[in-house]
Design a protein around this ligand. Structure first.
Ligand code: ADP
Ligand code: ADP
Length: 225
């Protein structure tokens, strides 16, 4: 699915990432853990093709998109990637159905069964009957379900989730993680950033970031202190 080789990233004088090497296989569910400020967002912004200014090489599906123009990039992001955020980022004046429809409106993929596609993801995330509701009429967990449905409606290869349970209580977090697990079992590759080790347990593999460096297990982070 993707391969990161020796990636580095600086903000001015500040080194946010260094010597990052990471491979994610098709069908994996990877959790990225690390304290606040360790570089998690910086890394997933690169993986999600939101940031093109880094050193080293990033291949997504064997392709290097570093020199691709912004128009093409947003097309690729829309067609191949799905994003889920801590604060859901739903459009507040759009209904559940309309929020989920948005990626399909911008997609160049041929979809002649849009309605069925939307209904099938609504069913998948357990929101049948809520199509006409506004986000403000839903609980946090339900809003995150809408966001997940929106992220997968284009059938992306890769879903990137940044603290998807960060705003949810632990019971709701578990329900959301069950949805991610089911999604992964259906073949979607998932990369998730989390602070919560219980949430990370739902992933197949966890890597750790500390001060802009990536570690494959917690022990090697501690050995570096
Ligand atoms: P995390 O997601 O793990 O909290 P970030 O990737 O957001 O960490 O940030 C890593 C480090 O880079 C932090 O020290 C942060 O302050 C810094 N940083 C992030 N974005 C910028 C930016 N646009 N300009 C300057 N420093 C930044
Ligand atoms: P997160 O929840 O990922 O830790 P942050 O609050 O660290 O989010 O960062 C939110 C946004 O602010 C990110 O887009 C990041 O790039 C930017 N940012 C973080 N730290 C800095 C900084 N020191 N200077 C400028 N922008 C920053």
């Amino acid at each position: 699915m993707l391969k990161v080789t020796d990636i580095g990233k600086t903000y001015g004088e500040f080194t946010a990432l260094q010597n990052i090497n990471l491979e994610v296989k098709d069908g994996e569910f990877l959790a990225i853990m690390g304290p606040s400020g360790s570089g998690k967002s910086t890394l997933i912004n690169i993986l999600g093709l939101l940031d093109q200014s880094y050193t080293g090489e990033y291949l997504l599906g064997n392709k290097n998109y570093q020199t691709v123009n912004d128009n093409e990039l947003s097309q690729i992001r829309g067609d191949q990637l799905g994003f889920v955020f801590q604060n859901f980022k739903l459009l507040s004046t759009y209904t559940v159905y309309e929020n989920i429809e948005v990626p399909l409106i911008y997609s160049k993929k041929v979809q002649n069964n849009k309605h069925q596609l939307i209904e099938s993801v609504i069913e998948k995330v357990g929101l049948k009957g809520k199509e006409k509701n506004l986000p403000t009429e839903l609980s946090g967990g339900q809003q995150q379900r809408v966001a997940i449905a929106r992220a997968i409606v284009n059938q992306p290869k890769l879903v990137i989730a940044d603290e998807p349970t960060g705003a949810l209580d632990s019971k709701t977090s578990k329900e959301i993680m069950d949805i991610f697990e089911k999604l992964n079992q259906d073949g979607t590759t998932i990369i998730m950033v989390t602070h919560d080790s219980e949430v990370a347990e739902h992933a197949m593999r966890t890597v750790y970031i500390r001060d802009g460096r990536l570690y494959n297990d917690e022990k090697s982070v501690k050995n570096h202190d």
